[in-house]
Design a protein. Structure first.
Length: 134
Protein backbone atom coordinates (compact mmCIF):
# COMPACT_ATOMS: atom_id res chain seq x y z
CA UNK A 1 0.00 0.00 0.00
CA UNK A 2 2.79 2.41 0.93
CA UNK A 3 4.59 1.68 -2.34
CA UNK A 4 1.44 2.41 -4.32
CA UNK A 5 0.90 5.73 -2.53
CA UNK A 6 4.55 6.66 -3.07
CA UNK A 7 4.35 5.74 -6.75
CA UNK A 8 1.20 7.85 -7.20
CA UNK A 9 2.86 10.78 -5.43
CA UNK A 10 5.92 10.43 -7.66
CA UNK A 11 3.79 10.44 -10.80
CA UNK A 12 1.81 13.49 -9.66
CA UNK A 13 4.67 15.64 -8.44
CA UNK A 14 7.58 14.36 -10.50
CA UNK A 15 9.66 13.67 -7.38
CA UNK A 16 10.78 10.19 -6.46
CA UNK A 17 10.92 10.61 -2.70
CA UNK A 18 9.18 12.55 0.01
CA UNK A 19 11.47 15.42 0.95
CA UNK A 20 9.97 15.58 4.44
CA UNK A 21 11.32 12.12 5.30
CA UNK A 22 14.86 13.05 4.27
CA UNK A 23 14.60 16.33 6.15
CA UNK A 24 13.58 14.46 9.28
CA UNK A 25 16.32 11.87 8.83
CA UNK A 26 19.06 14.45 8.30
CA UNK A 27 18.12 16.71 11.21
CA UNK A 28 21.23 17.22 13.36
CA UNK A 29 23.08 14.50 11.44
CA UNK A 30 26.50 15.90 12.38
CA UNK A 31 25.52 16.07 16.06
CA UNK A 32 24.29 12.48 15.88
CA UNK A 33 27.63 11.44 14.42
CA UNK A 34 29.58 13.20 17.17
CA UNK A 35 27.33 11.70 19.88
CA UNK A 36 27.75 8.25 18.37
CA UNK A 37 31.51 8.70 18.23
CA UNK A 38 31.49 9.76 21.89
CA UNK A 39 29.62 6.57 22.83
CA UNK A 40 32.12 4.47 20.89
CA UNK A 41 34.98 6.24 22.66
CA UNK A 42 33.28 5.58 26.00
CA UNK A 43 33.35 1.84 25.35
CA UNK A 44 37.13 1.90 25.68
CA UNK A 45 36.59 2.29 29.41
CA UNK A 46 35.89 -1.47 29.36
CA UNK A 47 39.44 -2.00 28.12
CA UNK A 48 40.84 0.25 30.84
CA UNK A 49 38.70 -1.59 33.37
CA UNK A 50 40.15 -4.93 32.27
CA UNK A 51 43.68 -3.56 32.47
CA UNK A 52 43.01 -2.64 36.10
CA UNK A 53 41.66 -6.13 36.75
CA UNK A 54 44.61 -7.90 35.14
CA UNK A 55 47.04 -5.64 37.03
CA UNK A 56 45.38 -6.77 40.26
CA UNK A 57 44.04 -3.36 41.29
CA UNK A 58 40.37 -4.42 41.10
CA UNK A 59 39.15 -7.59 42.77
CA UNK A 60 35.96 -9.56 42.21
CA UNK A 61 33.15 -7.71 44.04
CA UNK A 62 34.40 -4.24 43.11
CA UNK A 63 35.13 -5.44 39.59
CA UNK A 64 31.52 -6.42 38.95
CA UNK A 65 30.16 -3.24 40.54
CA UNK A 66 32.44 -1.11 38.36
CA UNK A 67 31.39 -3.02 35.26
CA UNK A 68 27.71 -2.41 35.92
CA UNK A 69 28.30 1.26 36.74
CA UNK A 70 30.13 1.73 33.44
CA UNK A 71 27.33 0.09 31.51
CA UNK A 72 24.67 2.09 33.35
CA UNK A 73 26.63 5.26 32.59
CA UNK A 74 26.58 4.38 28.88
CA UNK A 75 22.79 4.18 28.91
CA UNK A 76 22.44 7.28 31.07
CA UNK A 77 24.65 9.35 28.78
CA UNK A 78 22.76 8.24 25.69
CA UNK A 79 19.34 8.83 27.27
CA UNK A 80 20.24 12.22 28.69
CA UNK A 81 21.69 13.34 25.38
CA UNK A 82 18.59 12.20 23.49
CA UNK A 83 16.29 13.86 26.00
CA UNK A 84 18.25 17.11 25.87
CA UNK A 85 18.26 17.30 22.07
CA UNK A 86 14.53 16.62 21.61
CA UNK A 87 15.21 14.60 18.47
CA UNK A 88 12.69 12.81 16.27
CA UNK A 89 12.33 9.08 16.78
CA UNK A 90 14.77 8.24 13.96
CA UNK A 91 17.77 9.88 15.63
CA UNK A 92 16.66 8.83 19.10
CA UNK A 93 16.18 5.23 18.03
CA UNK A 94 19.46 5.11 16.15
CA UNK A 95 21.51 6.40 19.07
CA UNK A 96 19.77 4.24 21.66
CA UNK A 97 20.02 1.08 19.53
CA UNK A 98 23.72 1.71 19.03
CA UNK A 99 24.09 2.29 22.77
CA UNK A 100 22.44 -1.11 23.36
CA UNK A 101 24.82 -2.72 20.87
CA UNK A 102 27.82 -1.10 22.53
CA UNK A 103 26.51 -2.22 25.92
CA UNK A 104 26.43 -5.81 24.71
CA UNK A 105 29.97 -5.50 23.35
CA UNK A 106 31.27 -4.07 26.63
CA UNK A 107 29.49 -6.76 28.62
CA UNK A 108 30.77 -9.54 26.38
CA UNK A 109 34.34 -8.25 26.54
CA UNK A 110 34.43 -8.00 30.32
CA UNK A 111 32.66 -11.32 30.96
CA UNK A 112 34.87 -13.16 28.46
CA UNK A 113 38.00 -11.76 30.08
CA UNK A 114 36.68 -12.67 33.53
CA UNK A 115 36.04 -16.25 32.43
CA UNK A 116 39.43 -16.52 30.76
CA UNK A 117 41.11 -15.18 33.88
CA UNK A 118 39.68 -18.17 35.73
CA UNK A 119 41.27 -20.51 33.20
CA UNK A 120 44.48 -18.60 32.53
CA UNK A 121 46.14 -16.48 35.17
CA UNK A 122 46.43 -13.42 32.88
CA UNK A 123 43.15 -13.66 30.99
CA UNK A 124 43.13 -12.66 27.33
CA UNK A 125 45.43 -9.71 27.77
CA UNK A 126 48.99 -10.73 28.20
CA UNK A 127 48.30 -14.44 27.77
CA UNK A 128 50.67 -14.79 24.84
CA UNK A 129 53.28 -12.24 25.86
CA UNK A 130 55.62 -14.78 27.47
CA UNK A 131 54.59 -17.86 25.53
CA UNK A 132 56.50 -19.17 22.51
CA UNK A 133 53.45 -21.04 21.14
CA UNK A 134 51.37 -17.93 20.37
Amino acid sequence: MYMAVTAMHALRTGTKFHVRLFTTMSKDLAVLGVADLALVAFTFTAYLHQRLVTAGWLKSPLDVVMQHLQQAALFALAALFIYGRDWPWIQSGTLMMHAITLFMKMHSYTVTNRELAAVRPHGMMGACENSRRC
